[in-house]
Design a protein. Structure first.
Length: 249
């Protein structure tokens, strides 16, 4: 008993976190499947932006589509943001409806066969302002630069810096108000932030999001998010929905 009293217990959960960061081939394929379903749902969702649904009604439509596609449900509460709501990166969907000229953030993900998907696209309703175009193209380029930094041997912070430095260079650094991404797998947010302070090395089998955004309060919000799988010689983007600027008319 005295030996037991002298025993020191330590938290070993980090071992599980480390193991879960690297997805094996079966896990990778399950996440591809979840992302393929997410791609198809967001492509079906975009035209509905013009139909007058509230943000919450859009979230209900998403769930219907997921269940039809064999998913078990949302991997997180969808973020549907019209207009000024799009400029809040952590907006909780409400009864707002879209208005002509709004930017519309569509951030959604499903759980399918135990694994999560997550992606974001931003579209515009009716028309897009010159400011909206400018911000959109900056965020798109930041997303592409972040993905280009996704290769084994680089660090999580290198990906964040690639996105953040470009947005800052273009004059919008103060409006990029969150980390660039997060690891994902059986849970939507897993150990391994894509942030400026995470110097951990990228390794084959890791899957995480690259989701830069620019949010101008009360005016316009744009976020573009893809899931990325680190491979032996670079990365594989799990989402295939276009990132070209879309105006829903």
């Amino acid at each position: 008993m005295s030996k037991l009293n002298a025993t020191k217990f330590i938290d070993g959960s980090f071992i599980i976190d480390d193991i879960r960061q690297i997805k094996d081939e079966k896990e990778q394929e399950l996440m591809r499947e979840a992302s393929r379903l997410n791609d198809s749902v967001i492509e079906r969702l975009m035209p509905l932006v013009k139909e007058g649904y509230t943000e919450l009604e859009m979230a209900d439509k998403i769930l219907e589509m997921y269940l039809e596609g064999g998913a078990q449900g949302h991997s997180f509460d969808p973020i549907i943001g019209y207009g000024a709501n799009a400029a809040d990166p952590h907006h909780e969907s409400d009864n707002s409806k879209g208005k002509f000229g709004d930017s519309v953030v569509l951030d959604l993900g499903c759980v399918k066969d135990g694994y999560c998907s997550d992606m974001t696209r931003t579209v515009f309703l009716g028309e897009v302002s010159e400011k909206g175009k400018e911000v959109y193209e900056i965020v798109k380029e930041a997303n592409l630069r972040g993905i280009a930094a996704c290769k084994p041997g680089n660090r999580f912070c290198d990906v964040d810096n690639a996105c953040r430095d470009y947005i800052t260079e273009k004059g919008y650094g103060e409006y990029f108000t969150h980390r660039t991404g997060h690891s994902i797998g059986m849970e939507c947010h897993e150990f391994g932030d894509v942030s400026s302070v995470n110097e951990a090395i990228l390794k084959p089998g890791m899957i995480f999001s690259v989701e830069p955004g620019v949010y101008l309060p009360g005016e316009v919000g744009v976020r573009i998010e893809d899931l990325v799988l680190i491979t032996e010689d670079g990365c594989e983007v799990l989402n295939n929905v276009t990132k070209d600027l879309i105006v829903i008319k």
